[in-house]
Design a protein around this ligand. Sequence first.
Ligand code: NAP
Length: 251
Amino acid sequence: MLDFSGKTVLVTGGSRGIGAATVRAFASRGANVAFNYNKNYRAADLLKQECEKFDGNIFFMECDVSAYNEVELFLKKMGDKMENVDILVNNAGIWIEANIDSYTVDMWRKTIQVNLDSVFYFTTLIARQMREHNTKGSIINISSTAGQVGEKNYSHYAASKGGIISFTKSVAQELGPDGIRVNCIAPGWIETDMTEAIMKTNKSKIKKMMPLGFIPEPQDISNGILFLASDMARAITGEVLNINGGSVLCG
Ligand code: NAP
């Protein structure tokens, strides 16, 4: 089993879904884990209690990742409790349906701010910290198949996720000489609160189109995150790891 004892991990949007699975995955492997939530204090607090049985420290705080001042405050408070970050997982995101005729400027901005601006905020601030402390860190950004092939009725979401991929590939080149690796994971359909409404009506249809015959779970994504964060991936940077059960093969 991979061991992250002594490492400090920061997961954005850690209270639910893929983020919560990632917090569990690192905490159960000995890491100190910090995460933020946006509105869902109860879920965040329960997760903290669950992870306290492991050896590392757990810290969480409310922080709207789309607001730079809140991100700065989060990192300051986190810095009072934990060592410098070794592994950053930019996971927080929203997925709001609206087609090109119906979405508003505010909806467009909100999606870009939460999904893409936040990745820039955390990456730039943490990369600075990693460089200052000569940390050979790993940054993992959660994109989506939508960022690669587009997504009907979610063009603002697809744009934000495509932006994450090109941002990742660019920053990987800048940070590589400092020994900092930057990669993406692109999930397809995953069963979480984000997709709950669609799963209620379309789950069997989605399952049928999966070549592997099942819909991946949050832990399938956190497994990929663990790998990219580990020394096993020491030669991998600027890449996109697709974890989608083969869904993109079906169009
Ligand atoms: P989820 O279950 O809806 O959880 C979203 C998480 O992000 C929650 O912890 C939420 O906090 C947090 N969050 C949302 N807006 C935030 C904000 N403004 N500031 C801070 N935190 C915020 O989503 P998920 O399915 O786990 O998705 C995680 C990531 O995977 C997202 O980037 C998503 O785009 C990507 N992804 C998901 C799928 C899928 O099928 N599920 C597919 C491809 C990509 P609260 O609990 O406080 O609300």
